[in-house]
Design a protein around this ligand. Structure first.
Ligand code: MCN
Length: 790
């Protein structure tokens, strides 16, 4: 089986040839004959009634073909964009139309679309659309939105409350905290983030009246789901008449999972006009129209006994959902958050309550980590601060509380059953790599010289590989969570692999090919991985929640098993032996104990030229599999960062970053390392630099461009030191867990912990993120750094 050793090999990404030579094909690169261009007229107000929309002048502009408003879509029977996650029976789910009909509810809400022969004409004409707005008071902060008398975002969501969700045993947790030797309490904001993938979102609707078929090209992580929602709920046309193609996609980080208004607008207007219609965002448009991430206001209390053992955790969170429910929004601050609050620790009692709240802001949904970075932030900040308050070394306090390797499967008090783990192993490795005790000595010496050095830890756990369907159903996901694959062996022995996941930077064309080449014992170059087209792939649930390898890769593995089983029958026939007498090695079926063999290529040819063939066996060599796993996968790790804070300016310099992750069996260590690097950069971004800021009275997004929204750049980051530990996942055939979000989940708490560690002796317990020089400077001087304005 290990014949070619592709699994575990650090192979360079095969897809990069086309990307680095500029030959990637993104949605905006696609130009169809007769194509028109759409420009969306967006609301400049956070909250306003639409009194009238006058489109005549825009229609008369040269090159303009049509101008549509929300009413045109509504009158044509276009439905509202549905939500894919139900949180409790009382969840408020106000309609979300592709173009606003009566009211606009955030700056950037679409009110009309201008469609023209060129993008420039559409954009110019959009200026001529006159919208008569009656401005209304707006609310952007979720805590403010809950207050009596706050502006109401939706009439049918009283108090702006979408849902109240809780998990765990409230009374037991209250009792545990009341009896605790020490309670560490934190009130903090996990600020709103704006994803900023390199490729702005884009969509092309292409209706073919002859075949009555609609093709939607879209920069999506999730083509099958988009087809399902668009056909069944929004446009109400048969699913088999809709094809969704997600070609190369330049990053998503979660923000391209969702069904967006522009997909509906392009698809519908193409049908209306009989010509392809393309829309591509400009960057400032992405800032207001791509779903944002995080935005929690949290109060959390962790109780400890005399020995530093955690006795209970109580969490109260207000989650800002924005103006409308995006596709998976309700589930992110609930099931993807509350269930992770045990972290790596034996916490006997946990209770979490989350209020999901509407505000006049861009909708909030999954952003890399989705709920799990927020949960890790709660747990790891409290553990770290608890250690400081109890005077116990933070590494030691964690050690005292870890779930031990022989305690798996481990049932937490918040639903999840962790399948495997070795938390202390990962921590030890990180401490070793950092030379922790020496670092502590250096920190002490530095402090004596007036230098502020901090060391932060973050021991995270995540639940990913999103599946299985049964659990998804139980927690309100309105979809199955499995994955599909098809393996097509061609007569010449070359192989096409069709996967329902979508690669937009994760390197699936390489890693999935590695699995196939390894298992079939054929060269990597003989395998092609195909994704992102509903006409080619049997079905798929897309890519998010670091699910592609654990779920999609396992589906590929299952399909391979079927291919190998059929190939074995053909080999046994050709070699005139029983199937049991064969072993499969190095791409050959070999008669055990002999040198008689038949190669995989010969078997493939025989399957398609079945002259001499097993009785009753179908010709061809192509198999499908749907894989629905038994559980999530639970990657974990220990990250450690070292920072230096400038006492004069408050500037934080990240000196070292050490990441030890356990993502189970690794298919490609180079790709995993890249995923960790990217993930850590995003987590550090949240800690130190990034944050969406809305003006509290007007509801304008003040950080609406890359000039105002600070993404981390190369010189903000040190060279990362990455280590691995491999504890195989016990329930999927690859033994693999997810790797795509781990870095982000760990890094934010890790860096904030380091900064607070540097300043704790000055009385600093917490600083509001992002830890800008001003905030750090203020914290050092005992000035407030909090307040809720997001
Ligand atoms: N891998 C591996 N061995 C493992 C685990 C993973 O070799 N044990 C490989 C996989 O085969 C795959 C890559 O690492 O090539 C990531 O795998 P996985 O953890 O399954 O994550 P997904 O492929 O499902 O990717 C989703 C994840 C998420 S949720 C976000 S958000 C994210 C991320 O990946 N967005 C990204 N990484 C990104 N990377 C890029 N460049 N761009 C994005 O938008």
């Amino acid at each position: 089986m290990e014949a070619r050793g592709y699994i575990g090999a650090p192979i360079r990404r095969v897809e990069d040839r086309r990307f680095v030579t500029g030959r990637g094909r993104y949605t905006d690169d696609i130009v169809l004959p007769g194509m028109l261009y759409a420009w969306i007229v967006r609301s400049p107000h956070a909250h306003a009634r639409i009194r009238a929309i006058r489109t005549e002048k825009a229609r008369q502009h040269p090159g303009v073909v049509a101008v549509f408003t929300g009413k045109d879509l509504l009158d044509d029977g276009v439905g509202s964009l549905p939500t894919g996650w139900q949180i409790g029976p009382d969840m408020k789910e106000p309609p979300h139309y592709a173009l606003a009909v009566d009211k606009v509810r955030y700056v950037g809400d679409g009110v009309a679309v201008v469609i023209a022969e060129t993008k420039a004409a559409a954009r110019d004409a959009a200026e001529l659309v006159e919208v008569d707005y009656e401005e209304l008071p707006a609310v952007v902060d979720a805590a403010e939105a809950l207050k009596e008398g706050a502006p109401l975002v939706h009439d049918d969501a009283p108090g702006n409350l979408c849902y109240v969700w809780e998990l765990g045993d409230r009374e037991a947790t209250d009792r545990a905290l009341a009896a605790a030797h020490h309670v560490t309490k934190l009130e903090f904001v996990n600020q709103r983030l704006i994803p900023n993938a390199i490729e702005p979102r884009s969509a092309i609707g292409h209706y073919d009246p002859g075949r009555d078929e609609l093709t939607l090209y879209t920069s999506s992580q999730n083509p099958h789901l988009i087809r399902l929602l668009l056909s069944a709920f929004v446009l109400k046309i048969p699913e088999h008449k809709v094809r969704v193609i997600s070609p190369d996609v330049g990053g998503g980080f979660g923000s391209k999972i969702f069904h967006y208004p522009e997909e509906v607008i392009c698809a519908w207007s193409s049908r209306k006009l009989g010509r392809p219609v393309k829309w591509t965002a400009v960057r400032s448009e992405s800032f207001v129209s791509d779903a944002h991430g995080r935005d929690h206001i949290t109060t959390a209390e962790m109780g400890f006994d005399r020995d530093g053992r955690i006795v209970g955790l109580r969490v109260r969170t207000i989650a800002n959902l924005g103006a409308y429910l995006s596709t998976f929004a309700p589930g992110v601050p609930t099931w993807l958050y509350g269930t992770l609050l045990a972290g790596q620790y034996k916490t006997p009692h946990i209770h979490v309550e989350v209020k999901g709240v509407f505000t006049n802001t861009t909708p909030v949904d999954a952003y890399r980590g989705a709920g799990r970075p927020e949960a890790t932030y709660v747990v790891e900040r409290l553990v770290e601060l608890g250690a400081h308050e109890l005077g116990i070394d933070p590494a030691e306090l964690r050690r005292r509380n870890f779930i031990q390797p022989d305690e798996f499967p481990y049932q937490t008090p918040v639903v999840l059953q962790y399948d495997s783990g070795n938390y202390e192993g990962a921590l030890n490795k990180a401490l070793e790599m950092a030379d922790y005790w020496k670092l502590r000595e250096e920190q002490k010496r530095a402090r004596e010289q007036g230098r502020l050095i901090g060391i932060g830890l973050s021991c995270y756990i995540e639940a990913c590989g999103l599946a299985p369907s049964k659990v998804a159903g139980a927690i309100g996901v309105r979809a199955g969570l499995y994955e599909s694959a098809a393996i097509r062996v061609m007569p010449t022995g070359k192989v096409q692999v069709f996967t329902g996941t979508h690669s937009h930077g994760q390197g699936h064309e390489t890693t999935f090919a590695q699995i196939v080449a390894h298992e079939l014992g054929i060269p990597l170059e003989d395998v092609e991985v195909i994704h992102g087209d509903t006409a080619e792939i049997p079905f798929g649930m897309g890519t998010y929640g670091s699910r592609s390898l654990a779920t999609g890769g396992s589906a590929i593995y299952r399909a391979l098993e079927k291919v190998k089983a059929k190939a074995r029958k053909i080999a046994a026939h050709k070699l005139e032996v029983a199937e049991e007498d064969l072993e499969f090695r190095n791409g050959q079926f070999i008669v055990k104990g002999t040198d008689r063999a038949i190669g995989f290529g010969d078997i493939a040819l025989t399957a398609y030229v079945p002259h001499d063939y097993p009785e009753g066996l179908e010709p061809g060599l192509e198999e499908n599999a749907f894989y629905d796993p038994a559980n999530f996968t639970f990657p974990f790790g220990a990250h450690l960062s070292v920072v230096e804070v400038d006492p004069e300016t408050g500037r934080v310099k990240l000196l070292r970053y050490i990441a030890v992750d356990d993502v189970g069996r690794i298919i490609n260590p180079m790709i995993v390392e890249g995923q960790i690097h990217g993930g850590v950069a995003q987590g550090v971004g949240q800690a130190l630099l990034e944050g969406a800021v809305y003006d509290r009275s007007s509801g304008q997004l003040l950080t609406g461009s890359l000039l105002d929204y600070a993404l981390p750049r190369a010189d903000d980051l040190p060279s990362f030191e990455v280590g691995h530990q491999e504890t195989p996942c016990p329930h999927n055939p690859l033994g693999a867990k997810g790797a795509g979000e781990a870095g982000t989940i760990a890094a934010t708490a890790c860096v904030v912990n380091a900064v607070v560690d540097a300043l704790y002796h000055l009385g600093v317990r917490d600083i509001r993120m992002p830890l800008t020089p001003e905030r750090v400077w203020r914290a050092m001087r005992g000035l407030p750094t909090d307040g809720h304005a997001s």
